[in-house]
Ligand binder design. Structure first.
Ligand SMILES: C[S@@+](CC[C@H](N)C(=O)[O-])C[C@H]1O[C@@H](n2cnc3c(N)ncnc32)[C@H](O)[C@@H]1O
Length: 266
C-alpha cells in the first residue's frame, strides 16, 4: 500500500514537473498552452462561446494606482480586472469631458467596483457626488425575461461592507440603500446632472428602470456601462441593451470583455 502510494506520488510529481517545464519552454518561444474553448451553445435565441481575444496590450500592469486599488478591492468584487480597468479609464474620460458631473453605480454588492470608481475620482481631485445604490439584500425585479436570475441573489453583503471600501477612497459619496430608482431616487437632488452610470443589476427590468430614470439627467457624451451584457447568465440585460440599438440618440457598443456601453449622442 505504502509502496503503491509512493510510486503514485512520484508519478504525479514527475507529471507536474514535466508540465511546468513544457509550459516554460513554450512560453519562452512565444507559444502558450490554453484549454480548448468550450463548444458554442445557446440560451433561448442567444448564441454563446468562450471569448478569448488575441490582444495583449495590458496597461494596467504599469498603472501603480490601479494595481493598488485593485488588489485592495479584488475580494470585494465579482468583476474581473479587465472590466475594472475599463471603468477606471472611463471615469477619467468623462471627467475630462465635463468635470462637474455626478457619478452613479447601481449594483454595489460588497463595494469593489465602487472602490475603483471612487479612487479614480479622488485622484482626479473631483468633489462631485458619487451615488452608490443597492438593496444590500440581493437582486430584485427578476422576470421571465431573465433565464437564470430568480431574485434574492447576491444578498451576501451589507451596507457597512461596501461603505468600508468607499469611505477609505473618496469623500463625496452617498449610499442609497433600497431598490433603485423606486425607493431611493428621490434622495438625489433633481438638478443633478450625470456623466457616468455603472449598471450591474443582473436583470432586464432593473436595468430598464435605471436607464429610464437617468436618461434625461445624463449629459450628451455621458456613458452608461452595463456590466452583465456579455454573460449567458444575464440574458435579460443582453436583451434590454440590444433593444437600444438603432435609436438615434445613443450609440451601443459591445466590448468583448463582457461590457456593453451606451454613449448619449443627443
Ligand atoms: C452582481 S452584484 C454587483 C456587483 C458589484 N458591482 C461588484 O463590484 O462585484 C448585483 C447587485 O445589484 C443589486 N441590485 C439589483 N437590482 C437592484 C435595484 N433595482 N436597486 C438596487 N440594487 C439592485 C443587488 O442587491 C446586488 O448587490
Amino acid at each position: 500500500m505504502v509502496v503503491k502510494l509512493f510510486f503514485y506520488l512520484l508519478g504525479l510529481n514527475l507529471y507536474v514537473s514535466m508540465k511546468k517545464l513544457l509550459i516554460n519552454i513554450l512560453s519562452k518561444t512565444g507559444y502558450r498552452i490554453s484549454r480548448k474553448s468550450k463548444l458554442n451553445f445557446s440560451v433561448g435565441d442567444f448564441q454563446y462561446e468562450q471569448i478569448t481575444p488575441f490582444a495583449d496590450y495590458a496597461p494596467w500592469l504599469q498603472d501603480k494606482e490601479f494595481t493598488q486599488i485593485y488588489s485592495r478591492i479584488k475580494d470585494y468584487t465579482l468583476v474581473d480586472i479587465y472590466r475594472c480597468y475599463e471603468l477606471w479609464e472611463m471615469v477619467e474620460a468623462i471627467h475630462v469631458i465635463n468635470p462637474t458631473v455626478c457619478f452613479l453605480e447601481v449594483g454595489v454588492w460588497k463595494g469593489g467596483t465602487s472602490g475603483i470608481i471612487g479612487r479614480k475620482l479622488a485622484l482626479l481631485n473631483s468633489t462631485n457626488n458619487f451615488y452608490l445604490a443597492d438593496t444590500f439584500s440581493g437582486v430584485v425585479k427578476a422576470t421571465e425575461k431573465d433565464t437564470f436570475y430568480k431574485g434574492g441573489e447576491h444578498a451576501d453583503t451589507a451596507m457597512e461592507t461596501a461603505e468600508g471600501i468607499i469611505k477609505s477612497v473618496y469623500k463625496n459619496y452617498k449610499i442609497l440603500k433600497g431598490i433603485f430608482p423606486n425607493d431611493t431616487a428621490t434622495i438625489i437632488n433633481k438638478d443633478e446632472r450625470f456623466g457616468f452610470c455603472h449598471i450591474d443589476v443582473d436583470v432586464y427590468q432593473s436595468a430598464k428602470d435605471i436607464v429610464d430614470w437617468i436618461w434625461d439627467k445624463l449629459i450628451v457624451g455621458g456613458v452608461i456601462v452595463f456590466d452583465d451584457y456579455g454573460f449567458h447568465t444575464c440574458t435579460g440585460v443582453t436583451r434590454y441593451v440590444n433593444e437600444q440599438k438603432g435609436k438615434s440618440d445613443r450609440a451601443v457598443i459591445h466590448n468583448l470583455n463582457g461590457h456593453a456601453i451606451i454613449f448619449k449622442l443627443r
